[in-house]
Design a protein around this ligand. Structure first.
Ligand code: C5J
Length: 223
């Protein structure tokens, strides 16, 4: 077992049963011209965490531990996208419409790909999820159960939307969840802060949180 200093108290994980989940580090949210920008957001806040997520990926890859990537992605005919999701808000472009990187949030389009610096390696699972949470309509729980995964370490964007939703879904399914605080980001600094506070409140009602350095220290002192 590896013990990591974390809030609200140390997070202890079994290396063979722990996977890293990198949520939605796709161009549509992180680069100009995508869905995040169409919603009026400053995407540079999100691109700033790419180096930290890359270091976190190295920790898992160097140890041969499993890595899962997600993308928020719909089928080209949008049959998996509720009309309410398309209609919501006042975006300059909506899901399925064509922007600078192809059709927004549609599988296979340039904007739907994970940014080059964090591209999945062969053998890593990539999940296309039609919802904010990673378990809805993906079959991921069954895959994790087959692999004996009990603990999940989270990174990615955005903290209060797809990361938090996925952590809550994971918590309800019995996984012990750790959020790496400098490997996640929101378009809104205050939402990130309050999400971390919510997750760790009440004795870790959703899970634990810690910066990458604490995970690196714990892994280094174990080996
Ligand atoms: C959003 C996400 N924010 N990946 N998606 O719509 O958090």
């Amino acid at each position: 077992m590896i013990k990591v200093a974390a809030a609200p108290y140390p997070y202890i994980f079994p290396p063979g049963k722990t996977a890293l989940v990198v949520i939605d580090m796709q161009r549509d949210f992180i680069e100009p011209g995508g869905f995040g920008a169409a919603l009026g957001n400053d995407v540079s806040r999100l691109s700033a965490i790419i180096p930290t997520v890359a270091k976190l990926l190295s920790v898992f890859r160097n140890n041969g531990w499993p890595v899962i990537h997600t993308r928020e992605a719909h089928k080209p005919d949008l049959s998996d996208c509720p009309p309410a999701k398309i209609a919501r808000g006042s975006a300059s472009l909506r899901i399925g419409q064509t922007g600078a990187m192809g059709r927004l949030l549609v599988r296979g389009e340039a904007g739907n790909q994970i940014v080059d610096a964090l591209a999945p390696y062969n053998g890593e699972i990539t999940i296309d999820k039609p919802g904010k949470g990673m378990f809805w309509a993906t079959g991921l729980h069954e895959t994790l159960q087959d692999q004996g995964i009990t603990h999940l370490v989270f990174a990615g964007v955005t903290t209060e939307v797809c990361v938090q939703t996925s952590m809550r879904e994971a918590n309800d399914r019995g996984y012990e969840c750790l959020l790496i605080t400098d490997a996640t980001e929101s378009y809104f600094a205050e939402f990130k802060a309050v999400t971390i506070a919510m997750i760790t409140a009440q004795g870790g009602i959703v899970g634990w949180a810690t910066p990458l350095a604490e995970l690196e220290n714990a892994v280094a002192s174990k080996s």
